[in-house]
Write a protein that binds this ligand. Structure first.
Ligand code: ANZ
Ligand code: ZN
Length: 829
């Protein structure tokens, strides 16, 4: 039996698709509804893309192909996020210029990508390290600057001593550099920032309207970290100075028994009593050496020292000791905390350790106040709070803010955890920040006509901690664009996340020399309808791109606020051993090998069949081989089996129905329509694995159909319809093979210009039976299912029943017994 000749077929169709410009997008065509399908563009750091990329790209292309067949005007571009540290580090190691290695990698990756048969329109490719792209990245910077969203400031920054550059907060993970795992240090440097904080509220509020994974939206919420509370002023006992605390629980004000300052607090040196100076100094030194995350960790034992000074609680005039502890951060709120050990876990632990008083001021409604075994953090009824005893704490919270505002010792306020985005990098391989410093004019933004500020190629990029561009005199020394006097260029480059914050706009007109994007096209094509990429980008890239979009919207350059309407994260493909693929473990699966051995279609279908898309899992050669067998089975069914030859010619011939054939015809018809419905819905939801199983079931059914009935007695028309639809349903998954089958069946090129199959609601269920749904042997509902429904389908239907749901809610289903046509029984515990 002949095997599917994948090599010949795949080459043939890729050539034809190219020659006929099948995937050329027409962004100006407004007849069809638009569908912008995007995967996160690739980062050409290695010379090849790995299975993880394939797992992102192939299934998304399948989704896009279905959309195309459904009649959408699909735009599916691809490009390269080409600036960044890996290329530069590689250059440091080998002496090969980052531009050279990057472009070489891009060429290799592009060739690799072409082999998967995706619908990328290469005319829309972008490469972020090319001047015609980064010119507009720099332009974006100038626009942000002009709109007060970019500024320079001296600030303590995260410094990675190994990468020799600063890092954004988002790039520090557990106190370590996200890239190289070195311990991150703090350093004071003058740096450029984008004002992401300006959009804190909008970034938060809009999340509710996005069709995004909940986990990702929650991560962004946490990152933004909006807290409503109050600022309260405390007088320092022996000084005419006061400090302010930020609290989310002003209702606990009567329970304050001490206050805690961050070790970096500027008042600290002034107020420490001589006797305590040495101890405080030493404590400070230790604290500054550890990272914020370590300091905040719940695991860490609380440490601290007393300053010898007291503060006055404004609500009752009580003197409370001022302590220093590293669990209070200078970068959040005001850097001082009013400590209420009775109602805050960290304070409770601290007070117990240092024997500080614990005063309960809120009690549960149904219990008296008493000795606390742990902090009571809930709402309740006020106690030990003078005139307010007996009031609900919720009510008191509002009341105390009024009292504070009337008496001028505090006010309601909102705090955010999000910080402005630090974008300066002391590295070479990035877009130069388009700023010039002039003695007379100060900070001058490079005007649009002088953009791009070109990155020179002849630079010594050995990392020294200084920006490599600062060692390049022709770059560094320039003239002031305003007054023409000698001036110095900014020698830092931009974080590469700036490049990727707007690339989805540039894809529309990547060759436009006049502007970054065409407004009309942007407003028509964006937001991206379907974005797919790794969950590791939950905070940084996805937050920054949202910030850019909001800023451009406020500048009137676009009319939408969010870049990505619907987002999906692919899961992770692990090595055959179930571990993360890594060269050192020797468990890396190379996509090229499989493409060469089995063809791109087999790899595509395997990637979608073997895993739940959002979960992923271990690589499995057996499943890959099974996938290969399945595609070959479809191939043989249509190209070789004797019967098939007849159906194309004879499909219009009259045929004689018998009782037996009628039963079969009905079943096949039903199966076909149900398959169309389910494959469409599953694919739409990125449930590719179940979609493929259903295509497999249909294939099996058709095999049986032709085997059971002799040639004379098949309904050829039905069979032809079923086979054509089978090929169409499979086409987005296995595009090369299905294009070939389509041609073999005598159809007109291209299958991807044909309509996606539609199902007929009336043909979904022929006859139904009512069966009893039992829970632990008791009938709880009656459900109606198709006569030929399988066990899985009956189970699904039963689980849809509200009455059944009621009885199994919060219980574990131990066993499901199905007697088709009669009952289903759930054994639950
Ligand atoms: C008194 C209090 C009583 C608090 C109580 C909590 C419970 P979120 O929700 O994260 O905003 N806090 C304020 N500034 C801090 C800083 N710089 N470093 C560490 N902790 C700080 O947390 C706000 C709460 O965290 C604030 O409310 C403060 O403790 C503490 F029963 O004030 B609270
Ligand atoms: Zn000047």
């Amino acid at each position: 039996m002949g095997k599917y000749p994948f090599n010949k077929t795949e080459q043939k169709w890729r050539k034809k698709w190219k020659e006929t410009n099948l995937y050329k997008s027409d962004l100006y065509n407004e007849d069809k509804e638009k569908m912008y399908t995007l995967v996160m563009f690739s980062y050409p750091s290695g010379s090849k893309i790995h299975m993880g990329h394939m797992y992102n790209y192939c299934p998304t292309d399948t989704w896009a192909r279905m959309k195309r067949m459904q009649g959408y005007n699909v735009f599916e571009p691809m490009g390269f996020d080409a600036f960044g540290l890996p290329a530069e580090n590689y250059a440091v190691k080998t002496g090969i210029h980052p531009k050279e290695s990057t472009m070489e990698n891009i060429d290799a990756i592009r060739e690799q990508l072409k082999k998967i048969g995706a619908m990328y329109d290469w005319d829309h490719e972008v490469i972020t390290s090319e001047p015609d792209y980064y010119k507009w990245t720099q332009w974006m910077f100038t626009q942000l600057y002009e709109n007060d969203l970019a500024y320079k400031k001296k600030a303590p920054v995260n410094w990675c001593p190994s990468c020799n550059t600063v890092l954004a907060n988002e790039q520090v993970v557990d106190g370590l550099c996200e890239r190289c795992d070195s311990q991150v240090e703090q350093k004071e440097l003058s740096q450029w920032f984008f004002k992401t904080t300006e959009y804190a509220d909008k970034l938060l509020e809009n999340l509710d309207d996005l069709d995004w994974p909940k986990r990702t939206a929650d991560m962004q919420k946490n990152w933004i970290g909006k807290s409503k509370g109050a600022e309260i002023d405390f007088q320092i006992k022996n000084h005419d100075k006061e400090f302010t605390v930020f609290t989310t629980r002003p209702d606990t004000l009567f329970g304050v028994t001490y206050v805690v300052m961050a070790p970096e607090h500027p008042y600290l040196d002034e107020i420490v009593k001589d006797k305590y100076k040495k101890e405080v100094e030493e404590y400070k030194r230790k604290a500054m050496a550890s990272s914020e995350l370590d300091r905040l960790s719940d695991e860490k034992k609380k440490t601290g020292v007393f300053t010898g000074e007291f503060a006055i609680n404004p609500v009752n005039g009580e003197e409370v000791p001022i302590w220093v502890s590293d669990y209070v951060l200078m970068s959040y709120g005001t850097g001082v905390v009013m400590a209420v050990p009775a109602h805050d876990e960290r304070d409770f632990e601290f007070a117990n350790k240092f024997d500080l008083p614990i005063r309960q001021v809120i009690k549960p409604e149904d219990k008296e106040a008493g000795k606390l075994e742990e902090a009571y953090v809930d709402n309740g009824i006020m106690v030990n709070s003078e005139d307010y005893n007996g009031m609900s704490s919720k009510e008191f919270k509002k009341k105390i803010i009024e009292v504070m505002e009337e008496n001028n010792f505090g006010k309601a306020t909102i705090n955010y955890k999000i910080r402005d985005w630090l974008i300066s990098r002391q590295r070479y391989w990035g877009a130069p920040i388009p700023v010039v410093y002039c003695e007379d004019c100060g900070e001058v933004i490079v005007p649009e006509e002088d953009l791009p500020v070109k990155l020179p190629m002849d630079v010594d990029f050995d990392p020294t901690g200084e920006s490599p561009l600062a060692e390049h005199p022709e770059f560094k020394y320039t003239k002031c664009p305003k007054c023409g006097k000698d001036a110095i260029r900014e020698c830092d480059t931009m974080d590469t996340f700036v490049d990727s914050s707007w690339y989805f706009l540039r894809y529309l007109n990547p060759h436009d020399k006049e502007k970054p994007f065409e407004k009309k096209l942007a407003n028509r094509w964006l937001p991206v309808d379907q974005y797919v990429g790794g969950a590791e980008h939950a905070v940084m890239h996805l937050m920054y791109a949202r910030f850019f979009t909001m800023a451009l919207n406020d500048m009137g350059l676009i009319n939408f606020e969010e870049p990505f309407k619907r987002l999906i994260h692919q899961g992770i493909i692990l090595g055959p051993d179930g571990k993360k693929m890594s060269k050192s473990k020797g468990n890396v699966i190379n996509p090229d090998k499989y493409i060469n051995e089995f063809g791109a279609d087999v790899m595509r279908v395997y990637l979608m069949f073997a895993y739940d898309y959002e979960t992923g899992g271990a690589w499995d050669d057996d499943t890959l081989k099974a996938t290969n067998r399945f595609l070959n089975r479809v191939w043989r069914f249509i190209t070789e089996d004797e019967w098939i030859k007849g159906i194309f010619e004879n499909s219009n011939k009259s045929y004689e129905e018998t009782e037996n054939s009628k039963k079969w015809d009905d079943e096949v018809e039903r199966k076909l329509h149900r398959t169309i419905k389910e494959v469409t819905e599953d694919t739409q939801d990125f449930k590719f694995n179940t979609a493929i199983s259903k295509i497999m079931e249909l294939t099996n059914k058709l095999y049986k159909y032709v085997q059971k009935l002799n040639l004379e007695n098949q309904n050829k028309k039905l069979l032809l319809e079923a086979v054509e639809n089978l090929v169409k349903l499979l086409a987005p998954f296995a595009p090369h093979m299905c294009e070939e089958l389509w041609e073999i069946m005598g159809n007109e090129y291209s299958i991807f210009d044909k309509n996606w199959p539609e199902y007929d609601e009336n043909k979904l269920v022929a006859d139904t039976v009512v069966i009893a749904a039992q829970i632990n042997g008791k009938v709880r509902d009656e459900i109606s299912v198709p006569v030929d429904a399988g066990k899985e389908e009956i189970k699904e239907k039963a689980l849809d029943s509200e009455r059944v749901q009621k009885y199994i809610e919060n219980k574990e289903i131990i066993k499901v017994i199905v007697v088709p046509g009669r009952i289903i029984n759930f054994v639950v515990k």
